[in-house]
Design a binder for this molecule. Structure first.
Ligand code: SF4
Length: 427
């Protein structure tokens, strides 16, 4: 019998994936509320959880002080957890009190947590019941933000996916941009696409429930974040079609993302060049300036934000870094496949986490930079490794051309700081 030669993977899409299912070190999906509540101005996020959940939200929200906050926690007390009190009755009472006090709320999200899931509190049933009570003024939806899910960015995915079934139907051919980006970055995307003559363009999540986009068979959508797999699936079930492309990080990613949309809408090459030429040049210059410290340096991604594969593509192809391992909490090739196509095989591609084993690999490789969660960063710094907190990447504007230099800067800063500390130590 002929022995077949092993097939050599040419890009990361074909490379074998190291799948790990052990202890994980990530934040829970409640974290997403911190950026979602800023985008959705008539929404309120009511976490049904414990004092720990309330504490996480308060500390993550940090210095943000609002006269009327758009999130809160309905605390499950011991009686609820022991099944001695009717948590549904208490929830109905709290929601009624909240909505009476806050007539500006038009969308209420009941957000599940570890405690509510452990006691199997049926928030889907509660959302249905409360919608009937408070319609048409308020729509009540539910999703899970619990730490039982894989990682913190799943909170946004679960939130957006919960909205899709109740979006209105439309026959219009529209472009839908999916993902909650800071307004300044979203405006840049809308401006570039509009200059190419593409439209109408809608956004999910919309700033207000009255502006919710319609969905139908003529809707095409492009994801702005690589962690929106459930939302993409829900939109597809409603007949919409996804435009697959690398994610808009860096000059190359932004250009390819825009080009995929431009091709879908029949934009000619001359128009595309005219609109993108100047911002592309600015992005290239900014990246060149910000990435000098990154060239030739190695990087190791622990699985955390779900942005790892697109960022590895940016850092290896546009900033001259070498990826040792690219870990992602879960790999959805329908979303990150186009980015994987651009990364030559070589780095270990890992999915999920077994944190002790992965730390062993970090220690053996001693990369110049390790991208990881907050809980791992300090211990690794104490061992002399340089780290970057992955969570900063979702709180900082990093998409599209005008932010490309800042994105490179986020990674070069810790390396430059380490070099300065070394110099000081020598002097
Ligand atoms: S949802 Fe779970 S992981 Fe998140 S703060 Fe609450 S208890 Fe902790």
């Amino acid at each position: 019998m002929n022995r077949q030669a092993p097939i050599q993977a040419k890009t990361c899409r074909d490379a074998p994936i190291l799948k790990e299912r052990g202890q994980r070190e990530v934040f829970c999906g409640l974290t997403g509320i911190i950026w979602l509540h800023r985008k959705m101005q008539d929404a309120f996020f009511l976490v049904v959880g414990s004092r720990t959940c309330a504490h996480l939200l308060q500390s993550a929200a940090g210095v943000m002080i609002f006269a009327e906050p758009r999130f809160g926690t309905a605390i499950l007390e011991e009686g609820d957890l022991a099944g001695m009190a009717d948590a549904h009755e208490e929830l109905d009472r709290e929601v009624a009190r909240l909505l009476e006090r806050r007539p500006d709320i038009k969308q209420l999200f009941l957000v599940g947590s570890c405690p509510s899931e452990v006691i199997k509190l049926d928030l889907a049933r509660a959302a249905e019941r409360l919608t009937q009570v408070h319609a048409p003024h308020v729509r009540v939806l539910n999703y899970s933000g619990s730490g039982i899910e894989t990682t913190f960015t799943q909170g946004e995915d679960a939130c957006l996916a919960s909205m899709v079934p109740v979006l209105p139907a439309t026959e219009e051919r529209e472009l839908l941009l999916v993902g909650a980006l800071p307004d300044v970055v979203e405006d840049q995307a809308l401006s570039l696409l509009t200059q190419m003559g593409i439209g109408p363009i809608r956004v999910l999540p919309a700033p207000r429930s009255s502006e919710a986009p319609g969905i139908g068979e003529n809707t095409v959508f492009a994801c702005l974040q690589p962690f929106l797999g459930d939302t993409a699936a829900a939109l597809t079930r409603r007949g919409a079609r996804m435009i697959a492309a690398p994610f808009p990080f860096g000059e190359e990613g932004t250009t390819l993302w825009l080009k995929a949309i431009a091709d879908e809408f029949g934009v000619d090459d001359a128009t595309f060049e005219r609109v993108t030429e100047a911002p592309r040049a600015r992005a290239r210059t900014a990246i060149a300036n910000a990435s000098a410290a990154l060239r030739g340096k190695s990087i190791f991604f622990m699985p955390d934000s779900q942005l790892e594969i697109p960022l590895a593509r940016f850092l290896t192809r546009e900033c001259g870094m070498e990826a040792i391992e690219i870990g992602q909490p879960y790999i959805h090739k329908g979303l990150v496949g186009p980015d994987m196509d651009l990364i030559p095989s070589g780095p270990v591609i890992s999915e999920g986490q077994d944190v002790d084993k992965q730390l062993d690999r970090v220690r053996a490789a001693r990369p110049d930079l390790t991208v990881c969660g907050l809980g791992l960063a300090n211990p690794l710094e104490a061992e002399g490794l340089t780290t970057k907190w992955a969570i900063e990447l979702v709180f900082t504007p990093v998409h599209f051309y005008e932010q490309a230099g800042d994105l490179a800067g986020l990674f070069s800063r810790p390396i430059r700081r380490r070099d300065l500390l070394k110099l000081e130590a020598v002097e």
